[in-house]
Design a protein around this ligand. Structure first.
Ligand code: ADE
Ligand code: ZN
Length: 334
């Protein structure tokens, strides 16, 4: 199964680039940029990665991102992630970045996006990995701040496919951002959002009806509302599910209790993703391996998940078909 997963062509649809920041690179950049971090060693950093909830994780994630200063830093961060993609047969990825995590500290939007973009170009040339960018608004900040970020993004509109919504979910419902999502759609951005990770099914309703998103990040708590499940299926919307993230952030207590198989059985189009791999103990293949073992998923289930990752990507229809055919060919031979 591990070998089957390793070689399976796949896409990743839910990945925060700041969440792929490995402690080794964090230490190197802290030194290079002469920034103090509250850890003496890489072991101490890893020791701190024990979370009781989303907020607990976010506090450490934002602190880690504070050593990213120069374009070269964002380039190295993104290139390190693409190296994992290359090693794991991820042929397409949709990368989220949080501009406000950086602009709030005085780093220019331009610095962030230019570093990421240089890595995207290089990964495409070197490894033929395609990628799209998702600019995520931080929901613990105001809608006004999100509007400012939207404005800053406009000179780089050609590089950004979609907008997303992430950070502290409870207490920051999608309804806080209806206006900026409407304005983002007018600028041509596709709309996505985290919903139902820790927040209730009500937030997922707001995200699909109010924000008018086309794909749901996490969405676990939709399962508490049968009407919502039926609606998600009717609208043919996918969920980007993140098994190891759910385990580490205590969204589930045990991977054996993870709802992924239930989702598939109900007819929900789920995909598997790593979310913040440097913090949650594994990149995409490790997520596939862990959830396959926990839920005893079959090769057929894995093929469905890989095909969903292409079908519900933001690629054009021809590319989707081509990549889904690649999975079918692989399944026939393996
Ligand atoms: N930012 C990075 N990872 C996140 C997650 N899992 N939920 C919300 N915001 C995030
Ligand atoms: Zn996420």
């Amino acid at each position: 199964m591990k070998n089957f997963i390793q070689k399976l062509p796949k896409a990743e649809l839910h990945l925060h680039i700041e969440g792929s920041f490995e402690p080794e690179l964090m230490f190197a950049l802290a030194q290079r940029n002469k920034i103090e971090i509250p850890y003496k060693s890489i072991e101490e950093v890893k020791e701190a990665y024990k979370f009781s909830c989303l907020q607990d994780f976010l506090n450490i994630y934002y602190a880690g991102a504070s050593v990213l200063i120069n374009e070269q830093d964002f380039y190295e961060l993104t290139m390190a992630y693409f190296t994992h993609c290359h090693e794991e047969n991820i042929v397409h990825t949709e990368i989220m970045f949080d501009p406000q995590t950086h602009t709030e500290r005085g780093i220019a939007f331009e610095t962030v996006i230019n570093g990421i973009q240089r890595a995207r170009n290089e990964a495409h040339e070197k490894w033929n990995i395609s990628s799209l960018l998702i600019m995520s608004y931080l929901r613990h900040l105001s809608e006004e701040a999100a509007f400012e970020t939207l404005k800053q993004s406009l000179p780089y509109k050609h590089l950004i496919k979609a907008v997303g919504l992430d950070s502290s979910e409870n207490g920051n419902p999608p309804s806080k951002f209806y206006n900026v999502f409407e304005a983002s759609a007018k600028e041509g951005y596709v709309l996505l959002a985290h919903a139902g990770e820790e927040g209730p099914a009500e937030y997922v309703w707001e995200a699909i009806d109010g924000l008018k998103i086309v794909r749901i990040d996490h969405g676990n708590n939709c399962l508490t509302d049968d009407k919502l499940v039926a609606e998600i299926i009717k609208r043919d919307m996918a969920l980007t599910v993140c098994p190891l993230s759910n385990l580490e952030l205590k969204v589930v207590t045990d991977l054996k209790q993870h709802p992924l198989k239930t989702m598939l059985n109900k007819g929900i189009k789920a995909t598997v993703n790593s979310d913040d791999p440097a913090y949650f103990g594994g990149y995409l293949n490790q997520n596939f391996i862990a959830i396959q073992e926990a839920l005893n998923l079959s090769k057929e289930d894995l093929v469905v998940l890989a095909k969903n990752s292409f079908q519900y990507s933001l690629l054009d229809e021809n590319s989707k078909t081509e990549l889904m055919n690649l999975v079918d060919e692989y399944a026939l031979k393996n």
